[in-house]
Design a binder for this molecule. Structure first.
Ligand code: NAD
Length: 698
């Protein structure tokens, strides 16, 4: 018997226990061990019932996803689970922690399930672009009914133990020791003469199911998970359970699984999964780097970003001071925070009591003296170097020496800010995205002198704030905005050449971005970019192509959603962009003014121009070492800019297309549009070597 699964008897009950740290993944050794332990249990004449339980922090938390890309070793899943289900002795799964994916499928192949109150159960395979492949889509609807099964299989969201008990997925919730509870449950089965109760034999919940149920689920998933293939295929698999025998349904599930596991979408979704985990690894900042204790913080500036950042502190349970220049601005900032939380209470996301408690952690003040003892300050004042320097000078004078001084700047030089303080090693960029209380991404900007402790602490703070943090280096726009600048620039050039905003946004939306570039600009506010461009005008290379459509729109006082008009019109109180003939005329006039003959532009060109421009800049960023790895850039785009997860971020997407093809297009655009399309040397090199960005190790 393999060492990871043990068999022992407790009275009349045989106990199969898995010990495969850290999460008891259902790898080859565990599968083999389960077969052997089940055999031992079946051959043990004294055992009248069996219990399957796991040691450590969780029940089987899932399949071993590193096996997906390799030939499978050991017994396959269905052999193991069908064998478990066929057991002549009743088998009870005893669940703690998370029973996910292959873990829940194993529990479903047992005849009874009991769980501790904190357990969570689910089939999250769709999040990796696949469906359950070990009977989950066939057993679950038989046990809990089609509607609940669709929610779990196609939705991919785990359910807590109490809900699992409500729908019949769990037979009993066990308070106290799980093994003792499981033994008691198994002994009761023996006493009552209850034998195996197999999901594969259950029929009543899958008979006469209305087809509309599946149509409704398909329509809902098409909306909720736009562009994702796996939720649709998960619905097909559950539907198969209502149409086919169990054996044929399993076969169908297997076919869908095999089709998806080699799909481009699944590769992208798995890439995203690993990319997110890789992002918080910084080779020269090891795991044991000392972390500074963040007991209280401060935010300077209670505007759009400062208010949201203060909410992040409070949500994480960290008391925070919020500083402004006047009582009026302070009151305004606090009113916005109150409004945000109150809307959460109104929508039932939070109780009034919780809101009051969280708001109690935010202390508005006009005095820097109040923040002498805080452990971290995040500055979010106007994007003006002179103002930032004054603020950092004050902070350096007031704050205790070990306090971290962070800036939320989007474009300014973090090193220049650090240098005006006496503690550049304590200075770092913490670049939140708007709205800061909602957006998951945090770019952690490492300055030339930032200490390892400050970096490690920033990652820890990001985790406490439930953000996805990525380390980046200092440059104009860091990673996200530097790349999005190229993307937006191409989008505007396309307008000059013949497209209209709604056409560009539609093509980019169909590609899968959460929003097209123009709707996104309207949301962010056109005036921000306008003021940056005005500031940079004197330094602009007169020979470089410059599109002035956005400037012209701003000159009409159309700043986007906040003024009810930008590239689009917005009805009062609505965020829905409505195409505006006035803007169409402005765009056409802009082409005429430059003497450019407008032409028909295909969606394919829109996507290539916008996305490859971003990829080309990403290649430069990677080569300059501004990003540590290409997958970090992907994480930034997925969490900060709504890049479709099923395409895995811009760099993974380029790898999937093939860098030879991307490079060839960049060369073509270079010929046609000149210097701004100069292919990045790294793109050229990798394309010529037949490699991808994922192969680049710096
Ligand atoms: P904002 O204009 O909404 O807010 C800035 C606030 O800072 C104002 O309330 C102002 O009164 C206050 N302020 C100015 N000088 C101050 C001082 N000396 N002391 C205390 N408070 C002061 O601006 P914002 O959009 O919140 O941007 C703030 C910073 O965040 C900028 O550096 C910006 O580049 C960056 N940022 C903005 C966004 C965004 O989408 N808005 C996203 C990421 C980063």
């Amino acid at each position: 018997m393999s060492g990871v699964v043990k068999y022992e008897r407790r009275g009349a009950v045989g106990v199969l226990s898995i010990n495969n740290p850290p999460v008891n993944a259902l790898g080859a050794l565990v599968r083999k061990g389960l077969v052997d332990a089940l055999d031992a249990g079946l051959n043990d004449k004294e055992a009248q019932a069996l219990v399957l339980i796991c040691e450590g922090r969780t029940f089987i938390a899932g399949a071993d996803i590193t096996e997906f890309d390799k030939p499978m070793e050991g017994p396959d899943y269905n052999t193991v689970l069908n064998g478990m289900e066929a057991s002549e002795k009743p088998v009870v799964a005893a669940i703690h922690g998370t029973a996910l994916g292959g873990g829940l499928e194993t529990a479903l192949s047992c005849h009874y399930r009991i769980a501790v109150p904190t357990a969570r159960l689910g089939l999250p395979e769709v999040n990796l672009g696949i469906i359950p492949g070990a009977g989950g889509t066939q057993r679950l609807p038989r046990l809990v009914g089609v509607e609940a099964a669709l929610e779990i299989v196609a939705g991919g969201v785990p359910v807590p133990a109490d809900k699992a008990a409500d729908i019949g997925l769990v037979d009993q919730i066990v308070e106290g020791d799980l093994l003792e509870g499981a033994l008691a449950y198994a002994n009761a089965l023996i006493a009552e003469g209850k034998g195996p109760r197999r999901c594969c034999d259950m029929e009543d919940k899958i008979k006469n199911v209305a087809p509309e149920l599946f149509d409704g689920a398909r329509a809902m998933m098409a909306k909720m998970r736009r562009g994702f293939n796996s939720p649709q295929r998960a619905i097909d698999a559950v539907e198969a359970a209502t149409q086919l025998s169990f054996a044929d349904g399993l076969k169908k599930e297997g076919e869908i699984f095999m089709e998806l596991v080699v799909s481009v979408q699944s590769a992208a979704q798995r890439h995203t999964f690993f990319a997110e985990r890789a992002a918080n690894k910084v080779p020269d900042v090891p795991k044991d780097t000392p972390i500074l204790d963040i007991k209280q913080g401060a935010v300077i500036g209670a505007g759009t970003m400062g208010g949201g950042i203060a909410m992040n502190f409070a949500n994480a349970g960290i008391p925070v001071f919020l500083i402004e220049t006047s009582q009026e601005f302070l009151d305004k900032g606090m009113a916005t925070i109150t409004k945000n939380y109150a809307s959460g209470v109104k929508k039932g996301r939070m109780t009034q009591e919780k809101m009051d408690k969280i708001m109690g952690l935010i202390t508005p003040t006009l005095s820097y003296d109040d923040i002498a003892d805080v452990d971290i300050v995040i500055e979010a004042v106007f994007e003006e170097m002179d103002i930032k320097k004054v603020v950092f000078g004050k902070l350096d004078a007031v704050c205790k020496p070990e306090c971290i001084l962070a800036t939320n700047t989007s474009t300014l030089d973090v090193n220049a800010i650090a240098e005006i303080t006496s503690r550049p090693e304590q200075v770092i960029g913490l670049h939140f995205f708007s709205p800061a209380n909602i957006m998951k991404l945090l770019e952690i900007v490492r300055g030339a002198k930032t200490s390892k402790e400050v970096i490690a602490t920033s990652f820890m703070l990001a985790k406490a704030m439930r953000k996805v943090a990525v380390l980046v280096g200092v440059c104009d726009g860091f990673v996200g905005n530097r790349m999005v600048f190229q993307y937006g620039r191409q989008a505007e050039f396309l307008l000059e050449e013949g497209a209209l905003p709604q056409q560009v946004d539609k093509a980019i939306g169909e590609f899968g971005m959460a929003m097209g570039p123009f709707a996104m600009n309207d949301l962010a506010g056109l005036d921000i970019g306008w003021s940056i461009r005005k500031r940079q005008a004197a330094d602009r290379d007169p020979n470089e192509r410059y599109a002035s459509i956005s400037d012209k729109i701003c000159e009409l006082d159309r700043y986007g959603q906040k003024t009810g008009a930008g590239y689009y019109k917005y009805e009062a109180g609505s965020r829905m962009p409505v195409p505006d003939p006035e803007i169409d005329a402005l765009v056409i006039a802009a082409s005429e003014e430059k003497g450019m003959a407008r032409r028909d532009i295909l969606d394919e060109e829109i996507i290539e121009r916008c996305i490859y421009a971003m990829v080309n800049e990403g290649a430069k960023i990677l080569e300059e070492g501004i990003a540590q790895r290409s997958s970090d850039i992907d994480v930034i785009y997925i969490y900060g800019y709504g890049f479709p997860v099923y395409r895995g971020g811009p760099m993974h997407y380029a790898d999937a297309v093939g860098l030879d093809k991307v490079y060839a297009k960049a060369c073509e655009f270079h010929e046609e549009h000149g210097a701004i399309w100069e292919p990045a040397p790294l793109l050229k090199k990798l394309a010529e070597e037949g490699k991808g960005f994922g192969d680049y190790k710096g």
